[in-house]
Design a protein around this ligand. Sequence first.
Ligand code: BG6
Length: 464
Amino acid sequence: MKIFPQHFLWGGAIAANQAEGAYREGGKGLSTADMLPNGIFGAVVERKPGDFAIKDVAIDFYHRYPQDIALFAEMGFTCLRTSIAWARIFPQGDETQPNEEGLAFYDRLFDEMRRHGIEPVVTLSHYEMPWGLVENYGGWGSREVIGFFERYARTVFARYKNKVKLWLTFNEINMSLHAPLTGVGLPEGSGKAAVYQAIHHQLVASALAVRACHDIIPDAKIGNMLLGGLMYPLTCKPQDIYEAMQQNRTWQFFGDVQCRGGYPGYMMRWLRDNGIALEITSADCDALKAEIDFISFSYYMTGCCTADAELFEKTRGNILSMIPNPHLKSSEWGWQVDPLGLRTLMNVMWDRWQKPLFIVENGLGAVDKVEADGSIQDDYRINYINDHLLQVREAIEDGVSVMGYTSWGPIDLVSASKAEMAKRYGFIYVDRNDSGNGTLARTRKKSFNWYRDVIASNGANLKR
Ligand code: BG6
């Protein structure tokens, strides 16, 4: 019988701005996520006291985390991925001293996880940065932000060095090309030259964080985080094959820099061909040599591409637009479901980088119906995760080294793209709707017991 490796990490993944709420408590400053109350692709909104935004309370994880972590422990989680809200620690981003109240909150949170035997997996920046850095410095467009980020990273490494041994730098670092405000703090519609310069600063900052983590917590491991956006050629026409290779390089570029310590030749050529001259100093080149320990990534869907793209309509995931695959079905949100694509992607990443992989996001966003007896029969979610986990197991059999799996949103939370509660990912239902009504009570869905059994059997109970 095929099972998962003995110390495989099982758990779920959430992000501060989609779960915590308490957006102005504990001395926290405003972040890019707060200024986009309608989601990544919404407009920037000037925040006024008393105005409504779903993320301001989110699922109130800030106050309810002990109860939620107890539920995760009941499912047998051995790890939980969450993020630190940078603006809780440095409210404006450029302070010299951190905010003690913010630091103390994460002390309590990580202690609570450890009390339940749950290993924290912590993202330094998950789709948010202090708004002060956007307003006063122009986001990652400014080289100065590298130093502010390094100070923040060093602060949290030093503070949590005995509590957190698994770190990730930037969530979906390759998404800035598609959502520059959330990714690098640049206005939507920014030109490619500006976005790539900001990305360069972020890659340097990521590498400096890797180095700092290795210095401060020698027994920790630190990884990057990629949006796994595997593209298939729409046909076997040579031009489509070439197009797919190029499209895949738009995300592979980030992994290439982070695993190989410098810019690959194809990227230098692309920059030249597009007349983009990045400012890259020799200190930057030195910093970029710091290699990550593992690759973490999200996986929701695949897409197709062709050299004749103008002939086709595209479908949108939360970040990427792609040509739909005629062989695949879609979720209620139009995301194409492709379990085998996960195995392919894992093999591609392993062959390319030979670093352990960690699937830190995967799951199905769906509308859940609460039955008259209060139960939620989410077999569609069970089937989705079952089918993806079977492919993870196959990838392991293929020889891919895999550290663990954290499903996205093990408890319902606010969606990133459109700030919806209606799109639910959880094994735990949260009573709150898009207007903010509801008691915030937590209920176990059918998938709760199913996932508990998957973990307990280390994947032996998955169904073909
Ligand atoms: C990933 C993000 O892209 O997708 C998460 O890292 C996000 O923050 C997840 O929530 C699902 O997207 P959405 O828009 O359905 O929440």
